[in-house]
Design a protein around this ligand. Structure first.
Ligand code: TYD
Length: 199
């Protein structure tokens, strides 16, 4: 039996973390076994890489992309893969689609090249469904916890490129990647996300 892998994505302050908890509560309430993870992080190695990648001052775009891919390789082999093999539902707060949008799109490394790197890292284990929460970048940035990390503190132009890359991903993979407006009521957003999860 194989489970279901849901990724919640979006720019800064889109509300992924709040929604991830709501989605997990709802699915558990329905009787599913749910595992919630977040990227970067979710393992001991991943948490160490998280502080490196988000707090270091200067980093080349490819160094950044490889660090995100490395923490993801560990998370998939240690947590996500085994949970899916046991038929569980995995909900992740960010995924390789963040790398495609941030490193591939906004940093300019190219979505295809960053996808190739990540498919190697996760050995082809990718989310079944990717929900991108859309808010205007200015609204999202204003909602952010302060102080933002190195990437969250990037310019509004960078955040606009992230948003455009997510839209491009939704165009490329219309059966997997869905844009959901998320400026208003989280309960409405939850309802829409639940409709998209075919269980
Ligand atoms: P996090 O604190 O999880 O931010 P958020 O609350 O916005 O999800 O920090 C993750 C930051 O790292 C965020 O700015 C997005 C960025 N990121 C990438 O650039 N590439 C990636 O592959 C991932 C997983 C995150």
């Amino acid at each position: 039996m194989s489970g279901f892998y849901l990724a919640l994505e979006g720019g800064e302050g889109a509300g992924k973390t709040t929604l991830a908890k709501l989605v997990c509560d709802q699915l558990e309430h329905e009787g599913h076994q749910v595992v919630l993870v977040r990227e970067p992080g979710g393992t001991t190695l991943g948490d160490e890489i998280r502080s490196l990648v988000l707090q270091s001052e200067a980093m080349s775009p490819w160094a950044e992309a490889f660090l995100f891919a490395t923490q993801r390789a560990q998370l998939v082999s240690e947590v996500v893969g085994p949970a899916l093999a046991e038929g569980k539902l995995v909900v992740t707060d960010r995924s390789l689609y963040s790398s495609l949008a941030y490193q591939g799109g906004a940093r300019g490394l190219g979505i295809d090249r960053v996808r190739a790197l990540n498919l190697l890292a996760v050995e082809g284990c990718i989310p079944d469904l990717v929900v991108v929460l859309e808010v205007e970048p200015e609204i999202g940035m204003a909602r952010q916890d302060s102080p933002p990390d190195r990437i969250g503190g990037e310019t509004p132009e960078f955040q606009a490129k992230v948003a455009e890359a997510y839209r491009e991903l939704a165009r490329q993979e219309p059966d997997r990647v869905f844009l959901v407006p998320a400026e208003h009521d989280p309960v409405q957003v939850l309802k829409r996300v639940r409709e998209l999860i075919e269980l």
